[in-house]
Ligand binder design. Structure first.
Ligand code: PMP
Length: 371
């Protein structure tokens, strides 16, 4: 007997998650000065977080010996004002939106239940669903059709056993949004919970925001995060907007203290600093245009239109994505090789928005590699 015999068989099937590469890792592996490295691999905010957060965090240090509040009323109020959603319909997650995804699976899934995931999409859904015992039914974002969601591939998979459907919009990594009518059709075809992942919604058109649907439908959860436009990926704060019933169930199993004092203070301050938010959003959208237009000029690349803070690119110069990304790494540029995304051929990478200087250097290095 060994510990191996005690570990759940489903865990043995798992491979460790492949995250975007860090600056530290590339500096070490390629002997590059970390200052020269451009990180465009993880859909972060290149302008960082609100400058007001530093002082707040320093002030919070003297409280760090005390447990945080499991629910911080000020944070709830500020999220409520920001989203125009009552506090009772909001649940905050302390490992970011990832925690909300996992908590949803924890409240819904019994062994053998089914979850529908159109691919290619954010890989965390399948990881969480599987570990809680779900069978995954794959639907598709259709590559032949500019990665438009194949609605029938979702509807045809709905059965009595369906517990959840994940719809990422704007979708990671493809960048496009799912038309509202298609989401409505899916939501109204099932009692299963439809998670509409709006991690990147701030970068999309304002009228597209579906957050208020959480008040209209019992079976909708809208996923939001502080990791993107608010620049707080390192603080791990996300939230779900959903029916009171779902909030109530999730509150029963949520890790109690997963939001730290530091993360709470950071998220509140980020919400209060409207000026910084507006600046990051405006410059983020300009940056997206800059990279998109820059990459469009290379005929050996196919660049996909996007409503997020990144875009998907197909390499057509004879290299596969791993060779291409490796060539970029050697020159100190980190993008996201998409080979690990289920449902994508090995020719795609994803690049996030950068500052103007980063974009300029990135495009110059691209021209050296593509041609
Ligand atoms: N959803 C999508 C579509 C994402 O891309 C990400 C992060 N990459 C998340 C959710 C999770 O975000 P968080 O950092 O809040 O856990």
């Amino acid at each position: 007997m060994s510990i191996d015999d005690k570990v759940r068989s489903i865990v043995k099937e798992f491979k460790a998650y492949v995250p975007g590469k860090s600056k530290e890792e590339i500096a070490r592996n390629y002997g590059i000065d970390p200052e020269r490295i451009i990180k465009l691999g993880s859909n972060e905010n290149p302008w960082g977080c609100s400058p007001k957060i530093e002082e707040k965090l320093i002030n919070e240090v003297s409280n760090l010996h005390q447990y945080p509040q499991p629910i911080n009323p000020e944070l709830m109020d500020e999220i409520s004002k920001f989203t125009k959603i009552p506090v009772e319909n909001i649940i905050v997650g302390g490992d970011g939106a990832d925690e909300v995804i996992d908590n949803i699976m924890r409240i819904l899934i019994d062994e053998g239940d089914e979850v529908i995931i159109p691919i290619p999409t954010f890989t965390q859904y399948a990881i969480s669903a599987k570990i809680h015992g779900a069978n995954i039914k794959w639907a598709k974002f259709d590559e032949e059709n500019g990665f438009k969601l194949d609605v029938e591939s979702v509807l045809n998979n709905i059965t009595e056993k369906t517990k959840a459907i994940f719809l990422c919009t704007p979708n990671n990594p493809t960048g496009n949004v799912i038309p509202t009518e298609d989401i409505k059709k899916i939501v109204e075809s099932t009692d299963a919970l439809v998670m509409i992942d709006h991690a990147y919604i701030e970068y999309s058109k304002e009228e597209y925001d579906l957050t208020s649907w959480a008040l209209k439908y019992d079976n909708v959860l809208i996923l939001r995060t502080f990791s993107k436009v608010f620049g707080l990926a390192g603080q791990r704060v996300g939230y779900g907007v959903t029916s009171k019933k779902v909030v109530d169930y999730m509150m029963r199993i949520k890790p109690i203290f997963s939001l730290t004092r530091a993360s709470q203070v950071s998220a509140i301050t980020a919400l209060l600093d409207k000026e910084f938010f507006e600046k990051c959003l405006k410059e983020g959208i300009e940056s997206r245009e800059e990279i998109y237009n820059g990459l469009k000029k290379f005929k050996q690349l196919e660049v996909y239109p996007t409503e997020a803070n990144y875009m998907l690119v197909k390499v057509k110069n004879g290299m596969n994505s791993s060779e291409f990304c490796e060539a970029l790494l050697k020159k100190g540029v980190i993008v996201r090789d998409c080979y690990s995304f289920e449902g994508l051929e090995p020719y795609y990478f994803r690049v996030s928005i950068g500052t103007s200087e980063e974009n300029e250097r990135f495009l110059k290095i691209m021209s050296e590699i593509v041609e």
